[in-house]
Design a protein around this ligand. Sequence first.
Ligand SMILES: Nc1ncnc2c1ncn2[C@@H]1O[C@H](COP(=O)(O)OP(=O)(O)O)[C@@H](O)[C@H]1O
Ligand SMILES: [Mg+2]
Length: 212
Amino acid sequence: MTNKRGFFLTLEGAEGVGKSTNIEFITQYLEQRGIDYVLTREPGGTQLGEKIRELLLAVHEESMSELTELLLVFAARAQHLDKIIEPALAAGKWVVCDRFTDATFAYQGAGRGLSMETIGELESMVQGELRPDLTLILDLDPEIGMQRASNRGELDRFEREQMSFFRHVRQGYLDIAQAEPERCTVIDAAKSLKDVKLDLLAALEQGLSKIT
Ligand SMILES: Nc1ncnc2c1ncn2[C@@H]1O[C@H](COP(=O)(O)OP(=O)(O)O)[C@@H](O)[C@H]1O
Ligand SMILES: [Mg+2]
């Protein structure tokens, strides 16, 4: 019997768009359908990766160079792929991931202005051919997103960025969606949570219909 490879689903979007809120809804949907999944996030997902996440999000006395930030993100990702993502997909499970490499193109590329080509080279080095099967991008005016995020408590190192940074991040995501419409679905995250869920459900069912 051939072991069918799993399905790699990523949820993307800037601060406060509703990724964490909606990912729970997505996993409930998978459970109802009897689909075996692993829920994880980036940066992080493994013990070492979560330590790198802490380094990335904490505000340090010494400013972090942009290249350090980029390499830390990919270091965490290499660990994540090796320990969690690749084994789960090989075992036929779904991997549901709160952010992945699109976030690197959006934050470190569009946001920080690092070379997209360099990021693409690191992507190939770390991931080989692996890309998500389906990516749901929650899109929202960053003013609203930051308002939502600021209700969560103290702001992390990214959340302290200027509004212009988040506008670039948002555009970065929209550019990816435009370049890869087969893989990416943009969801209007300004709608009520109920309507966002309906749109997510529709996108998921469309994604599922392609593989079953
Ligand atoms: N569609 C929505 N409308 C109103 N509030 C929302 C919506 N989606 C999420 N929220 C709220 O916004 C805040 C940030 O959501 P969260 O899921 O933590 O965002 P993210 O993980 O994308 O940063 C939470 O308090 C959440 O309840
Ligand atoms: Mg979140």
